[in-house]
Design a protein around this ligand. Structure first.
Ligand SMILES: Nc1nc2c(c(=O)[nH]1)N[C@H]1C(S)=C(S)[C@@H](COP(=O)(O)O)O[C@H]1N2
Ligand SMILES: [Mo]
Length: 276
């Protein structure tokens, strides 16, 4: 079911990739020093050495990612990847403060639904101060508020055949080798490109720190960070945390979707299970 292939992106390429970001985008409160951050280096090693199955055996299902104090929050959270989708339908929704936006929930569910932001905000909410680790080698601590994904899944009613939750996003990124990608430079060109998407299994989908976040640091989620709704996971790397989520689809397999590897970066060679 889950591919056991090794990460084809070399660690050297990842570090070079990280070095570009570290040089160009230093922000107070975010830890950018990839070469001095042994934890990030070791998690890159871990991501390539351990299979998904091994990680799932080692980690208790509900093991929580560390949570931090208000004083640990980065003064400015770093934005990465798409920061302003150019899709016309998205721009129109953004112009209306997402009043007309609806989260579509479909696929292998008993009750397909559409939820407005007001409806999501009316569901039980959860707030957490957690650290975001990007595969490029930087980390940032932020306070996220949103609806636990489990609240939405329970209302939609997950069919027994469903194995994965897929997040379809509003933005498109240029396809290409990770070496060609300039972090933060994806937006001007996203009218062509490939739609961003991600997928997780039900261990993560029902994990208490898995949120559909609509606030960052007590403010309505800004567009740069994925407005109106983005995924937050406690225990995986940044690229899993889909921004600009438009549609959630429950599937038995993602083999027929995109490049067949379960996510935009996965289709370019990154691990599907990006455990930290
Ligand atoms: N839709 C979408 N989601 C995305 C991305 C993206 O380009 N598009 N980039 C990913 C990567 S690599 C990271 S590190 C985080 C960045 O989130 P931030 O901008 O809030 O820091 O979003 C992830 N989710
Ligand atoms: Mo990332």
């Amino acid at each position: 079911m889950i591919s056991e292939r090794k990460l084809p992106v070399s660690r050297r390429a990842l570090l070079r990739f990280g070095a570009i970001g570290a040089g160009s985008l230093l922000l107070a409160g975010c830890d950018d020093a990839v070469s001095e951050n042994p934890r990030i280096l070791s998690l890159i090693d871990k991501a390539s050495a351990l299979t998904y199955r091994a990680q799932r055996l080692i980690l208790p299902r509900d093991k929580l990612a560390p949570e931090y104090a208000e004083s640990d929050i980065a003064p400015q959270f770093r934005a990465n990847g798409s920061t302003s989708p150019s899709d016309p339908a998205y721009r129109k929704l953004a112009a209306g403060d997402f009043a007309d936006w609806r989260l579509m929930v479909g696929g292998l569910v008993e009750r397909p639904m559409q939820l407005s932001l007001a409806e999501l905000r009316a569901l039980p909410a959860s707030t957490q101060i957690t650290r975001h680790d990007c595969v490029e080698g930087w980390s940032c601590i932020g306070k996220w508020t949103g609806t636990p994904l489990s609240e939405v899944l329970n209302r939609a009613g997950v069919k027994p055949q469903a194995k994965f939750v897929v997040f379809h996003c509003a933005d498109r990124l240029q396809d290409g080798a990770p070496d060609d990608f300039e972090p933060g430079e994806s937006d001007s060109a996203d009218s062509g490109g490939v739609p961003y998407y991600e997928s997780i299994d039900f261990v993560d989908a029902y994990h208490p720190q898995t949120l559909l976040a609509y606030e960052l640091n007590g403010q309505t989620l800004p567009i740069a960070y994925g407005a109106p709704l983005r995924l937050r996971l406690g225990r995986q790397l940044g690229y899993k945390m889909a921004k600009y989520v438009m549609r959630i689809e429950l599937v038995a397999s993602f083999a027929q979707m995109g490049g067949g590897n379960g996510g935009y970066w996965e289709d370019l060679g990154y691990e599907w299970y990006a455990g930290t």
